[in-house]
Write a protein that binds this ligand. Structure first.
Ligand code: ZN
Ligand code: ZN
Ligand code: FE
Length: 751
């Protein structure tokens, strides 16, 4: 018998070129043995000399898309000495069951499509084991070509040779394609396919100000020249999208010409997920109507060969916004695009590889606390997140999230899968999409939940749906801000048994335990349960839902409550104040709310920012953040009372600043600093008195870099738990709900 080792590799190691990597390494080192995929990951039997170095290299030089979670090595006795190293056929049911996220074009493929000497020169669908479409083309498992939208393309002899050669980087690349056998690109206008090169034709049209509908990886984009304000204005007008920022796509060099890019930001942009990253524009030259009044621009690098070729041909940055009707999910199908986007687009850049899964571009940002995912999108799913220590034995749990920025979360085998962004469920098509994703994820991950978690709000579509499922599933309803808190704790890896933390939750809105609307809370507790320690003193939302859209209504309520009614009358003279004041006094259609989001709206309105109607959620708060650049502005005072955190003194100071001509920049900064101070003070006390062991920050307001920076400053010296891989906004709710359900289950509280 010949001694050797049996090495088990766990993590994201299938479909990412891991076996050929092992084969190449072993062959180079003169080792013998075999490597194969099985249901647990990759299994290696190896013998020869230098096995320690072999193992170290497996970890340190794994292919770019691989993620090695664990490498377990035990002695293994071979019955007879082997000659050579082999890739053995996969064994067992469940082999090849894991799917990796879609990945941006790798440097090797990029070099190929730009090299006239290569057979894939100029080819828009080149890919390899280190890049290309994955989840977006997947029909079902196991992950192989016949189960993807590449199934209909008959592989040619050249591609087949690459596919079968372990020394080639296309060894077992399921979406392998070339101009001879793969998908085809064409340009279409007025219902006709245009003659000539599609990329050049598209670039020419963009150059004269046309708007193009472009079929991408996870959906359609609408594109135009990012330097052409007339084209952008036309796009805004056609899309009925007056102000919401447009994302842009450019090569690294183009981005660097228009935005300040830190090392962390450039690294994030170059991630295989290729998210939209929010960057600070340099003071130059892009039209204001790309992102009116915003401090940041959303940029992404080209992430498919099609995008690379188009940018090379066009030679400048492009607006790339999702191709959809307002509020609806992104279009993914050619016919659907012709029908729905025909009124926006002058021409279509189409191809014949079907998109099986609608995946929006992700949005991420480098914040003072590090990177944060604001919207989980293409490139981040279906990757999973580890559960914090103490959750290893959790049963299978499904959590449905909220109503806006919806996403679902599945827990299984000690890991959590937080889905991609599924949209705002007020829209009927988004709701359909949500239900489809629910069934789809369950099937793909062979998920059979025993517990379902949802928000406590009875009116959310997701809550109704959770209750209707029945099926003997245990139902756990989780208070909105407890879920936010748990999500931040879980994201930071806070162990289940590590004790209580103080949660500062600054949010839009969620239903509170007392039936009122919460959103400015200091909570104390753990995954299982929380108490509300203090909160923003509530104010009326005059007009109910209308107050969420109209910042001036919140200004009126807050100024009146602060005894500054005269100022309100002066600032809002043109508004129907007496009607609203009657509503507030009688409490009719004027529910009470402690929402921090609405406080941002009120302060923005006081400065005349987005006073009337927000055209998208968070518009007023983002405009206020954009002004708040002074980091040494003295904080406005808030009053800590037994009834909560009272902003009245803040409004008095603000009124004084307005009267004395203080700049809006300084006022905005003083507000951010004051709000941070008002909430960090009680949180710090909870830690210093020993009642809490750390401070967690969550809720939609924590996408705000300035607010976050002030909070971190105030909390210096304490352990602070912040979101990184899950959104602080409602996109992270489902993750928190699932953890709360698991913690209650572990405590024996779930039937
Ligand atoms: Zn590649
Ligand atoms: Zn081919
Ligand atoms: Fe929320």
């Amino acid at each position: 018998m010949t001694p050797g080792r049996r090495i088990r590799v766990r993590g994201q190691v299938q479909g990412v070129g891991f076996r050929p990597f092992v084969w190449q390494l072993a062959t180079r080192m003169g080792l013998s043995g075999e490597v194969l995929n099985d249901p647990e990951g990759v299994l290696i039997h190896v013998m020869g000399t230098g096995l320690d170095e072999f193992e170290a290299t497996l970890r340190s030089q794994a292919p770019p898309l691989a993620r090695v979670d664990a490498l377990e090595s035990v002695p293994h006795r071979f019955l007879q000495p082997l000659q050579g190293f082999f890739i053995t056929a996969s064994t067992g049911k469940g082999a090849q069951t894991s799917v990796t996220p879609d990945a941006a074009t790798c440097p090797d493929c990029l070099a190929e499509i730009l090299d006239p000497g290569q057979r894939r020169f100029g080819y828009a669908f080149a890919n390899c084991t280190q890049c290309g479409p994955r989840f977006s083309i997947l029909r079902g498992l196991p992950y192989d070509r016949s189960q993807t939208s590449m199934a209909g393309f008959q592989i040619c002899a050249d591609c087949a040779a690459e596919y079968g050669n372990p020394a080639d980087r296309r060894f077992h690349a399921q979406p392998i394609a070339c101009p001879r056998c793969g998908p085809r690109l064409w340009l279409e206008a007025e219902g006709q396919e245009m003659a000539g090169d599609a990329i050049l034709g598209a670039a020419l049209r963009l150059r004269v100000g046309n708007i193009l509908a472009i079929k991408g990886l996870g959906g359609f984009h609408l594109a135009c020249d990012a330097r052409d304000s007339a084209a952008i204005a036309r796009l805004r007008q056609r899309k009925h999208r007056p102000a919401k920022p447009f994302a842009m796509m450019g090569t690294a060099a183009m981005v660097a010409a228009y935005a300040r890019v830190s090392d962390a930001e450039s690294q994030l942009m170059a991630d295989p997920a290729a998210p939209i990253v929010l960057l600070t524009p340099l003071g130059v030259s892009l039209p204001e109507n790309i992102a009116p009044g915003m401090l940041t621009h959303g940029w992404m690098l080209p992430y498919t060969p099609l995008h690379h070729l188009l940018l090379v041909a066009f030679g400048g940055p492009l607006v790339m916004t999702s191709g959809n009707l307002s509020g609806e999910p992104q279009v993914i199908d050619n016919d659907e695009a012709r029908q729905k986007l025909g009124r926006f687009a002058d021409a279509f850049l189409l191809h014949d590889r079907d998109i099986m899964r609608r995946l929006d571009d992700g949005v991420e940002r480098i914040l003072p606390s590090g990177p944060m995912i604001l919207r989980r999108g293409r490139g981040r799913v279906p990757a999973t997140l580890p559960l914090p220590p103490g959750f290893g034995g959790a049963r299978q749990i499904l959590a449905y999230g909220g109503q806006m920025k919806s996403a679902i979360c599945l827990i299984k085998d000690g890991r959590a899968l937080l889905s991609h962004h599924l949209g705002d469920l007020d829209d009927a098509l988004a709701w359909q999409e949500f239900q489809k994703a629910d069934a789809d994820y369950a099937q793909l991950f062979d998920h059979a939940p025993e517990i379902i978690a949802c928000d406590r709000h009875p009116g959310y579509r997701t809550s109704v749906h959770a209750k209707q499922r029945g099926e003997n599933l245990a139902l756990v309803e989780v208070q909105h801000h407890h879920a936010h808190l748990a999500a931040a704790m879980g994201d930071a890896g806070w162990p289940r048994a590590a004790g209580p933390v103080a949660g500062i939750i600054l949010d839009g809105m969620g239903l509170g335990d007392d039936g009122s609307i919460w959103g400015g809370e200091v909570l104390l507790g753990d995954y299982r349960a929380v108490a509300r320690v203090t909160h923003l003193v509530a104010a009326a939302l005059p007009g109910g839902d209308a107050a969420n859209r109209a910042p001036w209504r919140n200004l009126l309520a807050r100024l009146d409550a602060a005894g500054l009614g005269e100022l309100a009358t002066r600032l809002l003279a043109d508004r129907p104040l007496s009607t609203l004041r009657r509503a507030i006094a009688s409490g009719v259609n004027a529910p009470l709310s402690s929402s921090a989001g609405r406080l941002f709206d009120a302060v923005a309105a006081a400065l005349g920012l987005v006073r009337e109607t927000q055209s998208f959620e968070g518009e007023a708060a983002m405009a206020l953040e954009a002004l708040a650049t002074e980091m040494d502005a003295p904080p406005y005072p808030f009053l800590q009372t037994s009834a909560g955190i009272d902003p009245a003194p803040m409004f008095h100071a603000l009124a004084h600043d307005l009267a004395t001509g203080t700049t809006p920049q300084r006022i905005a900064a003083r507000f951010h600093a004051g709000l941070a101070r008002a909430f960090t003070e009680p949180a710090r006390k909870l830690v210093e008195s020993g009642r809490a062991h750390a401070v967690a920050l969550s809720g939609g307001c924590f996408q705000n870099a300035t607010l976050l920076r002030f909070c971190l400053q105030d909390l210096a010296g304490l352990q602070v738990l912040v979101h990184h891989r899950t959104p602080a906004n409602d996109g992270g709710l489902a993750f928190g709900q699932a953890l709360v359900a698991a913690a209650r289950d572990a405590a024996g509280e779930v039937e």
